[in-house]
Design a protein around this ligand. Structure first.
Ligand code: FAD
Ligand code: DHB
Length: 386
């Protein structure tokens, strides 16, 4: 079989790339190891930058997002039992939207299949070959058969645990920091007790109050990295959330899990005709809500690079892909690290806590500091100068 771009992974990066390529009349095939139901149910991020929403609108896949997404104008930073409002829209003229990642994935999957773009779920044994040639290949197993897909280029959108990055590992420099804590996240059938998201600093650790709708709350608690979810019966979760967040509405918990936290960047994001995008190339701690947004931004840059390569044989944009993408990735790494360090119990004792409170007080009361936080949080321009 032959296609122009073979895409590994039906997450936000792979699916958005497929839509962008389809718009350019470039053929692609998406290969995904999991089944469709699993991918569409996997609960992860929920906060979309305006850049991301604008791109989904441009691609004609935002009809449900526009109907069901919750527009937000700011966040509360909570410390000392008081919520301090950061009015992002007043500071930047932009806003953010709450809409679950799995809903974005559903909308993109439906749009692609209805346009006849193939997505093959439940493939196995994906292997990449001839990446230095102009005809790289993917071999994979599907329904017991070994198949081969010859491409002009391959997009490795297969997440942090995929095959793309390890295949070219010897050509990459990797930067990594693993945090000694993770997030316990729940979804509950409960009306959110807040109008905007609350990022809470507390002596017992960080907590985040977010939501999915007027009747579904999403809440997170900082827990030790090696924590076992079995140690967290529902009563303990609610008790801890109330301690750290103040007022919380309880309801039936229907999803809970623990996510480890790391910062990771692989460089370059290209080897031969394989291009990495999204979590396969970089991970940020979730405190800045940047993971999904970065994945979408990578493919915003990658699509024209692939179009240049395939339509005109021009390598100009492809050669610049790593530099353009990584500039934004490192900015997001810094912002995510800043939010993480400001809000979590880092184990540094009273001195560190006082530094965090000084920083929080500054952001809450200085417009210059709040402005800096806000412009990063709502999302920088698609291709910033810095
Ligand atoms: P993914 O969404 O990981 O998609 C990669 C896809 O590739 C997957 O569907 C996978 O099944 C598939 N795949 C894997 N291996 C192969 C293979 N060999 N061949 C073909 N397909 C393959 N970000 C936030 O901003 N806020 C959050 O609260 C948040 N919570 C998260 C919770 C968890 C548990 C995780 C793992 C991530 C979370 N993130 C969060 C990060 C955010 O969800 C990711 O940044 C985003 O999913 C990246 O999209 P992606 O398309 O690059 O990768
Ligand atoms: C959500 C997740 C985040 O990591 C964040 O910073 C804000 C919101 C969410 O799941 O809604």
């Amino acid at each position: 079989m032959r296609t122009q771009v073979g895409i590994l992974g039906a997450g936000p990066a792979g699916l958005t790339l497929a839509m962008l390529l389809h718009r350019e009349d470039i053929d692609c095939v998406v290969l995904e190891t999991r089944d469709r139901a699993y991918v569409e149910k996997r609960v992860r991020a929920g906060l979309l930058e305006q850049n991301t929403v604008d791109l989904l609108r441009e691609l004609g896949v935002a009809e449900r997002l526009d109907r069901e997404g919750l527009e937000h104008n700011g966040i509360y930073l909570r410390h000392g039992g008081v919520n301090h409002y950061i009015d992002m829209t007043a500071l930047t003229g932009r806003h953010i939207t709450i809409y679950g990642q799995q809903e974005v994935v559903k909308d993109l999957t439906n749009a692609l299949l209805s346009r006849g773009v193939p997505i093959h779920f439940e493939v196995g044994e994906t292997n990449l070959h001839d990446l230095e040639s102009e005809s790289p290949r993917i071999t994979y197993e599907r329904e017991g058969e070994i198949l081969e897909l010859t491409c002009d280029a391959i997009a490795g959108c297969d997440g942090f645990h995929g095959v793309s990055r390890p295949t070219i590992g010897e050509h990459l420099t990797e930067y990594e920091y693993v945090y000694p804590f993770g997030w316990l996240g729940i979804l509950a059938e409960a009306r959110p007790a807040t109008d905007e998201l609350i990022y809470a600093w507390h002596e017992r650790g960080f907590a985040l109050y977010t939501m999915r709708s007027q009747s579904i709350s999403r809440l997170y608690l900082q827990v030790p990295a090696d924590e076992d979810i079995e140690n967290w019966p529902d009563d303990r979760i609610w008790h801890e959330l109330k301690t750290r967040l103040g007022s919380v509405n309880e309801g039936k918990i229907f999803d809970k899990g623990i996510t480890p936290m790391r910062s990771f960047v692989a460089e370059p994001m290209q080897y031969g005709r394989l291009f990495l995008a999204g979590d396969s190339a970089h991970i940020v701690p979730p405190t800045g809500a940047k993971g999904l947004n970065l994945a979408v931004n990578d493919v915003r840059l990658l699509a024209p690079a692939l179009a240049g390569l395939i339509k005109n044989g021009s390598t100009r944009r492809a050669d610049g892909y790593t530099t353009a993408a990584l500039r934004r990735v490192w900015r997001a790494q810094d912002f995510s690290n800043y939010m993480t360090q400001m809000l979590h119990d880092l184990g540094g004792g009273p001195f560190q806590r006082q530094l965090q409170l000084a920083r929080l007080g500054y952001v809450a009361h200085s417009e210059a500091a709040a402005h800096s936080l806000a412009e990063n949080y709502v999302g920088l321009p698609a291709e910033p100068e810095f």
